[in-house]
Design a protein around this ligand. Structure first.
Ligand SMILES: NC(=O)C1=CN([C@@H]2O[C@H](COP(=O)(O)OP(=O)(O)OC[C@H]3O[C@@H](n4cnc5c(N)ncnc54)[C@H](OP(=O)(O)O)[C@@H]3O)[C@@H](O)[C@H]2O)C=CC1
Ligand SMILES: C[C@H]1O[C@H](OP(=O)(O)OP(=O)(O)OC[C@H]2O[C@@H](n3cnc4c(=O)[nH]c(N)nc43)[C@H](O)[C@@H]2O)[C@@H](O)[C@@H](O)C1=O
Length: 324
């Protein structure tokens, strides 16, 4: 029987390092900035108005001046199932450009460590569940987000190649569906968590009799609170150094129908919930195998109910509706 090789653990000291969070204004980037405030680091960020990370010359010039020693690559074009399926060209172009620019610039400018954020959608649509890291590229992808998934796989393979050819200490993590402060509430292009928080809230205010949830309600999803995600990223940056992917999740999933009821309860909506099967279900199930992450010493701590309650409060604050 082949022994499963467990990842190499190592101690990487962040203290005093110049740390670049690419995508710092986003949901994950913002959580990383909050989490890194507890570390002794020299944090550096650059906003999109200063540099478009698709612009190779601008990225290379910035890296040559700033020379970050540690890079969290959290910048990407991100969206839910309809955004991915509608903006297919933008999702593949932007995400390949951002990944290739930053990974190469980090290498050329001597970054000591880089973390690339992939996504659970890189795994085959019908792969065995829970999804193991070695199931990547073993079957067809979910069509609705294939461009995005291909871009993510390109970034993953680039990180592996730079470790192999140049000995770069670059690592790949695969987050599950994320939610929390700083999420995107676009009515069509958001992910399910933000979409339902907004829709149930607006239905409550309007005293609507019914809320329509997309799809059949039967798909299953795993949801990780974004501040847990950031903590896992810092933990792995400090302790993990190998070529294998590391899934980041809770290890628990829920049907969209049951999840909708969790959000309705958190928001305080008591009307009917119906389903619109004309909207895409996407992958039937995306539950990550988090045993490698557990062996590396990390587990999620925020329950779904607590996380949704905190995400709803963040939504109210971010949209200026929080009770004063
Ligand atoms: N959200 C989720 O459920 C999941 C996310 N991930 C991954 O986590 C990472 C972060 O996702 P998330 O925080 O949700 O996404 P957000 O959309 O919230 O944040 C993305 C960030 O990237 C920046 N960005 C995008 N394009 C460019 C560009 N061309 N130039 C400069 N900056 C750019 C955005 O800047 P600006 O705000 O100015 O537009 C934003 O700050 C991504 O790699 C994503 O693939 C993985 C799995 C699940
Ligand atoms: C993280 C992952 O996220 C994306 O994949 P996804 O998990 O399928 O994305 P989603 O959150 O948009 O949908 C999850 C499920 O939820 C159902 N659903 C119900 N009602 C709404 C709704 O109102 N909006 C949305 N978006 N979905 C809804 C929807 O029908 C689907 O069954 C990838 O594109 C990619 O970005 C990626 O990597």
């Amino acid at each position: 029987m082949q022994l499963r090789r467990w990842p190499v653990t190592s101690r990487f000291d962040l203290a005093g390092k110049r740390v670049f969070v690419a995508g710092h204004r986003g949901m994950v980037g913002g959580a990383l900035v909050r989490r890194l405030a507890r570390e002794d680091v020299a944090l550096t960020t650059v906003s999109r108005s200063e540099i478009d990370l698709r612009d190779q010359a601008a990225v290379f010039s910035w890296f040559a001046k700033s020379r970050p020693q540690v890079v969290f690559l959290a910048a990407a074009k991100v969206g839910g199932i309809v955004a991915n399926n509608t903006l297919r060209a933008e999702f593949i172009y932007d995400n390949i450009a951002i990944a290739t620019n930053i990974i190469h610039a980090a290498h050329v400018n001597g970054a000591e460590k880089l973390m690339f954020l992939g996504s659970s959608c890189i795994y085959p649509k019908l792969a065995a569940q829970p999804l193991r890291e070695d199931s990547m590229l073993t079957g067809p992808l979910e069509p609705t987000n294939e461009p995005y998934a291909i871009a993510k796989i390109a970034g993953i393979k680039m990180v592996e190649a730079y470790r192999s050819q140049y000995g770069a200490d670059f690592i790949n993590v695969m987050p599950t569906n994320l939610y929390g402060p700083g999420d995107n509430y676009h009515p069509e292009y958001s992910h399910v968590v933000a979409a339902l928080i907004r829709r149930f809230h607006e239905a409550k205010l309007a005293e609507a009799a019914e809320v329509v949830v997309w799809g059949t309600g039967t798909p299953r999803r795993e949801f990780l609170y974004v501040d847990d995600m950031a903590d896992a990223c810092v933990h792995l940056m400090k302790t993990y150094s190998d070529h294998e992917l590391v899934n980041i999740g809770t290890g628990e999933d829920i049907t969209i129908a049951d999840f909708a009821r969790v959000v309705a309860a958190a928001v305080g909506y008591h009307g009917r919930i119906s389903f619109d099967p004309s909207r895409p279900d996407g992958t039937p199930r995306k539950l990550l195998d988090v045993s490698r992450l557990a062996r590396l010493g990390w587990r999620a701590t925020t329950s779904l109910e607590d996380g949704i309650a905190r995400a709803y409060q963040a939504f109210l604050q971010e949209t200026g509706q929080a009770a004063t």
